[in-house]
Write a protein that binds this ligand. Structure first.
Ligand SMILES: Nc1ncnc2c1ncn2[C@@H]1O[C@H](COP(=O)(O)OP(=O)(O)OP(=O)(O)O)[C@@H](O)[C@H]1O
Ligand SMILES: [Mg+2]
Length: 293
């Protein structure tokens, strides 16, 4: 099984001065003679571990610009990988030049609310990734405290697997695991508080950290985008079901209702779904930053 289906990933565009390194589900990575990385966000969208055959126009720009907003807002808590936003014209607004990081092989997820895989696990054992939780919570409930729920980064086409703190410590070592947990919770709390001031709930979010060539831990990848987070409308939040959201949930709900089996390459998306998804991503940007995309 491959996240891209039988045709494989689309060819990465050639960019003068940069050599293509690898293709992620959403991003293309390039490098140059200075050992910098050009991180280009495409308009691809993935769901249920598959990359959809239809793109969401403008999505790569929204992800990149929203990440830049958050990197700056959070840089007192931790430095990030950004070197420059001065990128070639063809990828303007959708790319950044970053320090190459040796990424920790753990996805650092913080949750303030119970939903998704956390809700599934809670129903089985009243805990999420080793964090014990009280009885009586619903899908969408606010958690008594923010929790760190790490996951292992799966290869393209595989599910990420939720692990507990000890599992993360086995992968990155106990000291680094403790530091990643502390950073993840601190970043989440600050971001969630900011978003709340704009009427948005950050239900959960995923960070990726790495070490640079000086051995410093930095925040890499993207930050608090609709791809990496669940953004809910605070004014209509009501535990006990699906929340109106500014993220991928709309696409996921469509895919479930479409009858697609999730085990074979996904169908092309109807125009209406493309447009509504694009609108939701732009609305997330607007609500959080206060600027029209
Ligand atoms: N500063 C950095 N240095 C090296 N790698 C980075 C850096 N920032 C992000 N990355 C990696 O670049 C990739 C981004 O691509 P994308 O978001 O499309 O990947 P993904 O589909 O989420 O994950 P993957 O394809 O790696 O399973 C991720 O593998 C991420 O870990
Ligand atoms: Mg990614």
């Amino acid at each position: 099984m491959s996240g891209f289906g039988p045709a494989g990933p689309p060819p990465a565009p050639e960019i003068t001065g940069w050599k293509h390194l690898r293709t992620g589900k959403v991003r293309e990575l390039y490098t140059n003679d200075n050992n910098e990385i050009l991180l280009v966000a495409s308009d691809r969208i993935s769901a249920y571990d598959w990359v959809m055959p239809t793109v969401i126009p403008g999505k790569g720009e929204v992800l990149t610009q929203l990440s830049l907003f958050w990197f700056e807002l959070l840089e007192d808590i931790i430095g990030n990988h950004i070197i420059s936003t001065d990128v070639p014209d063809v990828i303007e607004d959708r790319a950044i030049i970053v320090q190459p990081l040796n990424m920790f092989e753990v996805e650092c997820v913080a949750r303030g609310y119970l939903t998704g895989s956390g809700w599934s696990e809670y129903q089985n054992n009243r805990a999420v990734c080793g964090n014990k939780l009280p009885d009586g919570l619903f899908d969408g409930s606010k958690l008594p405290d923010e929790i760190f729920t790490p996951a292992t980064k799966a290869e393209i086409g595989d599910h990420d697997i939720n692990i507990d703190f000890e599992g993360a410590a086995k992968i990155v070592g106990a000291d680094d695991a403790a530091e990643l947990r502390e950073l993840t919770i601190a970043l989440y709390k600050t971001a969630a508080e900011f978003a709340a001031s704009r009427g948005i709930i950050v239900a959960d979010t995923k960070f990726e950290f790495g070490r640079n060539d000086k051995g410093q831990i930095l925040l890499g990848d993207e930050a608090l985008t609709p791809d990496s987070s669940r953004f809910w409308e605070a004014s209509t939040w009501k535990p006990g079901g699906v929340q109106p959201s500014y993220d991928k949930q709309f696409l996921r709900d469509y895919l479930v209702s479409s009858g697609w089996d999730r085990n074979s390459p996904p169908p092309e998306l109807p125009n209406e779904i493309v447009e509504k998804t694009a609108q939701r991503y732009e609305e997330a940007f607007f609500r959080i930053t206060g600027s029209k995309f």
